[in-house]
Write a protein that binds this ligand. Structure first.
Ligand code: 5PR
Length: 378
């Protein structure tokens, strides 16, 4: 088919492993710049099993570039404030200049699936990718070998596709804490202005337990319930209401709902640093490349930024090797810094002191995307 520039060459083809946030974002961005794209999701349905997410400026710019930011703004919320409470004492720092939105992960995912379909992406469910080859082959569990100009491994922190490539060297680390993340139906007593915020409730004695309360709209609350992984009762799904309500009695009604909620998950904090991010025609995008601690609220967002930037660089350079090198060079410093900073914040639990939202902390959020034009920034 002829492209807008009159070229008659066939479009370049991408095979994407994983229909998570990074995979869908990359697929949409590539399809919108003329690629033919197929995405493989191992589950039988296209949905996200997570709870909620904060989207800072960098994520919103990435979503703006792929055309979905208006829907995020319509279906998500802008919390009134970001407060931190340590042992009952509340801090509410000034956050001017750092806009952010909150939305449920299932909603964000559904919006991305719609946009992928609109962009002509072929979405295949029940299709598990198990390996890739640098010549541009994606291997599926059923043995099929799919040839592409580019194979994207967006299959998460435990990426099977990445693990099939020994030249992509990994460094994994585990941390002391983990988090139960649950989406809760918002009850009557948690309606109203006081609760239209992010409130990060911390206790550090006798051990660290914390509830990150995030409004995701009038109907739902995202609760991130962090504890040391040694604290088994506080590291379980379903939530143990007794152990949490004993520490946060004023939140007992939402803790009860969290205990009844379905679909929650517990994840230990861990990082996975990989170098390099590509091998021939195989490239890692998202948690497969840089799983990080959630302290900055940037894990999924950095993956979406890298995805959009990849499509942009590929449209600027015809040579694939050049494009991948330019892309990794531009994204590496930002990504490594976000990963290192969030690991430090998790290790030291600095968020408990009331996040200063210092320029250093907010560097990731304020990353300037090469793919963003003045129109996207408007
Ligand atoms: N920030 C956000 C978050 O979801 C979590 C953390 C910080 C937005 C937990 O997943 O520090 O764990 C955190």
């Amino acid at each position: 088919t002829a492209s807008a520039t009159g070229s008659t060459s066939t479009p370049r083809h991408a095979e994407v492993a994983g229909a998570g946030f990074a995979g869908l974002t990359a697929a949409i961005a590539l399809a919108r710049s003329g690629w033919s794209v197929r995405v493989h999701e191992q589950n039988d349905t296209l949905r996200d099993f997570g709870a909620g997410i904060l989207l800072w400026r960098n994520a919103m710019l990435a979503l703006e570039v792929i055309g979905v930011a208006p829907r995020i703004k319509a279906e998500g919320v802008v919390p009134d404030a970001y407060a931190t409470s340590l042992n009952g004492e509340m801090f509410t720092p000034e956050l001017a200049g750092y806009p952010y939105w909150a939305i449920t992960r299932p909603r964000l995912h559904a919006i991305l699936v719609d946009a992928a379909r609109d962009a002509g992406v072929d979405l295949v469910t029940g299709s598990k990718a198990v390996a890739a080859e640098p010549s541009g082959v994606l291997v599926l569990e059923d043995g099929s070998r799919l040839q592409a100009d580019l194979v994207l491994a967006c299959d998460g922190a435990g990426s099977a596709v990445r693990n099939s490539r020994p030249e992509l060297v990994q460094e994994r680390k585990k941390y002391q804490d983990g988090v139960c993340r649950v989406l809760v139906r918002r009850p009557e007593e948690f309606q109203g202005e006081e609760w239209d915020r992010v409130i990060d409730y911390w206790t550090l004695e006798p051990d660290a337990m914390r509830i990150l309360f995030i409004t995701t709209g009038p109907d739902t609350i995202y609760m991130g319930m962090m504890a040391t992984t040694d604290n088994e009762r506080a590291s379980q799904i379903p939530i143990d209401p007794e152990v949490w309500s004993a520490r946060f009695p004023h939140l007992a009604p939402v803790i009860e709902l969290a205990a009844e909620a379905t679909g929650g998950r517990h994840d230990p904090y861990q990082t996975n640093r990989v170098e390099p991010w590509s091998a021939g025609r195989v490239v890692l995008v998202g948690d497969s490349a840089h799983a990080m601690c959630p302290a900055l609220g940037q894990g999924a967002s950095v993956g979406m930024v890298n995805a959009v930037e990849l499509a942009h660089v590929l449209s600027e350079h015809d040579d694939l090797g050049t494009a991948l090198a330019v892309w990794e060079d531009r994204q590496r410093a930002m990504t490594d810094a976000a990963q290192a900073r969030s690991a430090y914040m998790a290790e030291t639990r600095t968020l408990a002191r009331g996040n200063g939202f210092t320029p250093e902390v907010m560097e990731t959020a304020n990353f300037e995307l090469a793919a963003a034009t003045p129109e996207h920034l408007a």
